[in-house]
Design a protein around this ligand. Structure first.
Ligand code: F3S
Length: 284
């Protein structure tokens, strides 16, 4: 059987960097308690493993308020400016694993708003990355989630506007939104800050799924990007299977397949991908 594993399967650059940062801290910090501000990734196995090594997840700002000492790791999504200030005030050690692509947006928002521009973030209001970005602006921020929000948007005609995007926002939707905003005759500058890691993973998955008899998508069942990946693969390959770990793979499923493709969501660790890949190569 031929097995094709997607090069873009699993962690993107920013998530890998954040996960590595936690394990490095575990090795180097013996005398202090380690916290992550929010779960470092949406994968229960990884969080459990980190907990075993003494890393605790802070789930809210109130939980952070109760911490007296230790190291706090900021995950790839980034945080508002006031969290850095709080960590400093509380004398906590801050280890910043904000993805550099997200940090770049913080810097843009800070600079442009300091120059008096009003900020529009195209993204999902509920997403922690968006609240992080919002927290770097000195001027009012509007979050535009869809074309309806864009149509409704209005402000004083003499205000200058800067538009940025959540890194994982859909490019096509971003374009539609920008087109609507641009027609409103404001002085508007647009910065496309979408990261292409997600698109690249989806494009590669689709092209592999098209060329194989069966396709395996690995990821946490709550991970929305894995669900999306599964939909993309399933529409290109009828025999597509969604598994969380090797245990979910039924040996009968791949029976007659001569070629099998494997991809994985952004929060699937490499060891799980390798385990599945090795097993498929040996046993099918
Ligand atoms: Fe990942 Fe950073 Fe892009 S976290 S999706 S590489 S913005």
């Amino acid at each position: 059987m031929e097995v094709k594993v997607a090069k873009t399967a699993g962690f993107c650059f920013g998530v890998k960097r954040a996960v590595d940062t936690v394990y490095k801290q575990v090795e180097n910090t013996k005398e202090k308690k380690i916290y992550t501000y929010g779960p470092i990734i949406h994968n229960e196995e990884v969080i459990k493993d980190m907990r075993k090594r003494g890393v605790e997840v802070l789930r809210s700002e109130e939980e952070l308020d109760r911490v007296e000492e230790g190291v706090v790791i900021i995950r790839s999504h980034g945080v508002p400016k006031r969290i850095y200030e709080k960590l400093k005030q509380k004398n906590l050690v801050c280890v910043d694993a904000t993805c550099p692509f997200v940090k770049k947006i913080h810097n843009i928002v800070k600079k442009e708003s300091e120059e008096g521009k009003q900020i529009i973030i195209v993204g999902n209001e509920e997403h922690p990355e968006v609240s992080g970005i919002k927290g770097w602006a000195e001027t009012p921020v509007t979050i535009v989630q869809n074309v309806e929000d864009a149509r409704r948007f209005e402000t004083d005609s003499d205000v200058k506007i800067c538009v940025v995007s959540q890194t994982t926002f859909n490019y096509k939707k971003f374009e539609e939104i920008v087109e609507i905003l641009s027609k409103k005759r404001y002085d508007i500058s647009v910065l496309n800050t979408i990261c292409n890691a997600t698109t690249e993973r989806q494009t590669e998955a689709a092209s592999i799924a098209k060329s194989v008899d069966a396709m395996i998508v690995i990821g946490d069942k709550h991970s929305s990007n894995t669900q999306k990946l599964f939909e993309i693969c399933a529409s290109a390959c009828e025999d597509t299977y969604y598994i969380q770990t090797l245990d979910d793979l039924d040996s009968n499923q791949l029976g007659s397949a001569k070629t099998v493709g494997i991809t994985a969501g952004a929060s699937t660790p490499n060891n799980i991908i390798e385990e599945v890949q090795n097993n498929v190569r040996i046993n099918f």
